[in-house]
Design a protein around this ligand. Structure first.
Ligand code: PLP
Length: 457
């Protein structure tokens, strides 16, 4: 029996070599390495007291305690979905007071983190060989999901306003001309403070994106959905106030900040792409409480058209017939009591300090390096740094080895964030996260990284 092998499924073979596993393994194998790579959240600001208080309240009522400890439903706890509907509608109202579109409990599905929603949607929509259009770069764990179902990704250019709509239109035109439009099922965008670039999709482009998807859906005769991943929506910090002006050609690239047309708010807090889908049949909105509250709760949610909601519920039923019911009850309590809102404000304040610390360290240690630039994000958890084109940053590059083995600092190589053919991926970027380290740790990490970059320049 010893040499009898396992004939794994095609899906298992598609799921090999995921960068996320390699990164986690690096963290375990090099515990002393200072990580600017992990996308984990700040441990110090995790909501311990808030969660204890909410659990106490839940357990004080015998009926509620028993309900929380029982199985729930596939679509998610009704009380939580009601809270989520109110929460989402409030967010939309804050960003666009005249917003017409409100979500109802029926349209909401609760998932185990938004990652499960992304995977369920890929399962529901994509057959092997189908196409998902993404920005270059984008969230690498979703690229893994797409690969895992055998889908093809086409990476389209993005700039300081996010995914370029002229490029999206041109690509759809090209696909039509080569007879491949029927394979396009999905356009994926991380609308707020993109992982990895920190850039948000501008207001104009949100409107255009919905129009383009609807136009090409009609032309194709079948739906091309927009999947709006809004994981970082709550993590907005505004402009860095202590920014140092830089000579042109290096230093930070800031996303333009413009007031919204109604004069309230700015590009930091925009109406969702979902809110512009007035017929409610094109955009899926994915949200999560991992970044704004606690990833350990594993609660994400999706707002989606009815036919998709039914598909996702069916698939989810096969997987787990409901995400952790206890956690859903706890979050419903946290939202109802107002503790979540207070905590989200504290989290923003903590990350604003860290974002500024990382950018200040970038100024301090990288400003004199020729050809090095970085994005100045107004939110999220990441700073996207670009090195001269000849400096590769990948796992097997001299820079990565120098950083991890000599300087003891870890980053995420930018190339894993690019979809499309491997040999066309840009190799000279770095994703830096300011989520985990303290401000001092961030400064030290950036100092070490600059030493590694200097060594290979
Ligand atoms: C853009 C984006 N989407 C989705 C997720 C998934 O998060 P979760 O499953 O914890 O909600 C992440 C996590 O880092 C992310 O960066």
């Amino acid at each position: 029996m010893n040499n009898v092998t396992t004939n794994f499924s095609q899906r298992r073979r598609w799921a090999t070599d995921q960068a996320i596993s390699f990164l986690m393994q690096q963290g375990v194998e090099h515990p002393h390495v200072l990580s600017l790579g992990a996308g984990l959240v700040d441990a110090a600001s995790l909501p311990v007291t808030e969660s204890i208080a909410a659990a106490r309240e839940m357990f004080a009522d015998d009926l509620r305690a028993r309900a929380a400890l029982q199985y729930g439903t596939t679509q998610g706890d009704l009380r939580l979905r009601q809270q989520l509907a109110d929460y989402h509608n409030r967010l939309e109202q804050t960003s666009a007071p005249a917003a017409q579109r409100a979500v109802t409990v029926d349209e909401i599905v609760c998932t185990t983190g938004s990652q499960q929603l992304l995977a369920l949607l890929a399962d529901a929509l994509l057959d092997p060989g189908d196409i998902c259009l993404v920005a270059a770069p984008t969230y690498f764990a979703f690229l893994g999901v797409l690969e895992g179902v055998g889908a093809r990704t086409i990476a389209l250019p993005a700039d300081e306003y996010g995914l370029r709509m002229d490029a999206l239109n041109a690509e759809l035109q090209r696909l039509e001309s080569v007879g491949e439009l029927s394979r396009v099922k999905l356009i994926y965008v991380v609308s707020e403070f993109e992982n990895p670039t920190g850039i948000s999709l501008s207001l104009e482009r949100r409107v255009q994106l919905v129009e383009i998807a609807k136009h090409w859906s009609t032309r194709r005769g079948e739906k091309i959905y927009v999947l709006e991943d809004s994981a970082y929506r709550e993590l907005h910090y505004g402009v860095r106030t202590d920014a140092v002006p830089r000579p042109s050609g290096s230093g930070p690239v800031s996303q333009a900040v413009r007031p919204l047309p109604d004069g309230r708010g700015t590009d930091f807090l925009l109406p969702s792409v979902w809110s512009f889908d007035t017929t409610g049949d094109t955009v899926i909105h994915a949200g999560t409480f991992s970044k704004s509250f606690s990833p350990g709760l594993r609660i994400g949610f999706g707002l989606m058209p009815r036919e998709l909601r039914d598909a996702v519920n069916d698939l989810k039923g096969n997987q787990d017939f409901g995400s952790a019911n206890f956690n859903q009850h706890l979050l419903a309590e946290l939202l109802a009591s107002g503790r979540f809102a207070i905590h989200a404000e504290q989290v923003r304040a903590a990350y604003r300090i860290k974002r500024d610390a990382m950018l200040a360290a970038a100024d301090e240690f990288f400003a004199d390096l020729p050809g090095v630039s970085w994005v100045h994000p107004h939110g999220g958890l990441y700073v996207w740094m670009t090195l001269p084109p000849h400096i590769a940053t990948g796992f097997d590059s001299p820079l990565f080895h120098r950083a991890v083995d000599v300087e003891q600092v870890m980053y995420v190589p930018g190339e894993i964030c690019f979809g499309g053919p491997r040999d066309e991926r840009q190799r000279n970027h770095i994703r830096l996260s300011f989520g985990v380290q303290s401000p001092d740790g961030l400064r030290e990490g950036m100092r070490r990284l600059s030493q590694a970059v200097r060594a290979v320049l």
